[in-house]
Design a binder for this molecule. Structure first.
Ligand code: FAD
Length: 287
């Protein structure tokens, strides 16, 4: 089916984009890679009259690293650009693996990290990594600017805490604790392109006293399980603590059954992947 008709708008500054959003309200959508947006338009799920393309805004193309502030990922930065970054690969392993797990290289040439989180699918692969790294979302509108902690960004299936007229400028990811190792394990129906049945991002540092876990596809939003952190704060990594952490994760999630997998299967694969990720990062146990 052809795309419905729309007007294509090409602002050159964030201010212009925010002005266009304010002017056209619900009739306009921000257009980044378009890999979610155009699918929904083709299927007539949404019919925006205006698409505001932000890829020509220079400020939004920034991908940079600062020893104090961490990385800044502009809203127009593609997933492939993120994957090509040495600092992301070396210091933000969970984010790098997550970006690599999204679709295929052709799609990642257009798709952005910011589009991935704004689409707010519970299956968004980049979200668990951003949750364990305590990322922040920088937002602008006609009313001014604000920063939203990523922990408060996802509010429901396909819903975010973005207010009407707000455009995301960038995601900031602070440097992880010194010596931290991170991973993202994704379980799909096939080895090829597919959304996750379950995705687990994990981070370990400080001889296993700092441990964080967040998941995709097993709750109404991507979810970080803070209970896991309290378990490892008590002492170093042991098999018993990994068991406790797995139980905490299973108590927190609430998966649905859909075409990708039943609720029971998701619970089982969550257990397998959480244990696998923690065992690997902590060097204890294993399946
Ligand atoms: C074949 C295929 C395979 C896929 N596989 C995966 C996968 O494995 N894992 C996965 O997580 N996703 C997958 N996706 C979904 C999609 O590719 C990703 O979510 C992608 O990162 C979206 O980025 P985008 O730049 O294309 O977003 P767009 O489609 O441009 O935008 C998505 C939504 O976010 C809004 N938006 C975008 N940027 C901003 C901004 N700066 N401010 C405010 N709102 C904004 C748009 O208005 C729109 O509502 C797949 C999609 C397809 C078509």
């Amino acid at each position: 089916m052809p795309l419905p008709k729309f007007d294509y708008l090409e602002p050159k500054t964030v201010q212009e984009a925010a002005d266009l959003l304010a002017e056209h309200g619900e009739e306009a959508r921000i257009f980044a890679g378009g890999t979610d947006l155009l699918v929904l338009m083709r299927e007539r799920v949404i019919r925006p009259k205006y698409l505001i393309d932000i890829k020509g805004i220079e400020e939004l193309c920034e991908l940079s690293h600062d020893e104090e502030k961490g990385i800044k990922i502009g809203a127009a930065v593609t997933l492939n650009q993120l994957i090509e970054s040495d600092v992301v690969r070396e210091r933000f392993g969970a984010l790098w693996n997550a970006a690599n797990s999204i679709a295929d290289p052709t799609l990642r040439n257009r798709a952005t990290l910011v589009g991935n989180i704004c689409n707010a699918s519970p299956a968004a692969d980049s979200a668990p990594a951003l949750l364990i790294y305590d990322a922040e979302v920088e937002v602008a509108s006609k009313r001014g600017e604000r920063t939203i902690p990523v922990q408060e960004f996802f509010t429901g299936v396909k819903h975010t805490s973005l207010k009407r007229g707000e455009v995301v400028k960038a995601v900031r990811v602070p440097n992880p604790p010194r010596g931290a190792r991170g991973d993202y394990l994704k379980w799909g129906r096939t080895r090829g392109e597919d959304l996750a049945v379950v995705g687990v991002a994990a981070l370990a540092a400080n001889s296993g006293k700092i441990v964080r876990v967040a998941l995709s596809s097993v709750f109404k939003t991507p979810v970080r399980v803070f209970e896991v952190e309290k378990i490892f704060e008590k002492g170093g990594p042991t098999n018993e603590r990994i068991d406790e952490a797995v139980s905490a994760v299973l108590n927190r999630i609430s998966p649905i059954s859909d075409v990708r997998g039943g609720k029971e299967y998701r619970m089982h694969m969550t257990e397998v992947l959480t244990r696998r990720a923690l065992s690997k990062l902590l060097g204890v146990g294993g399946d």
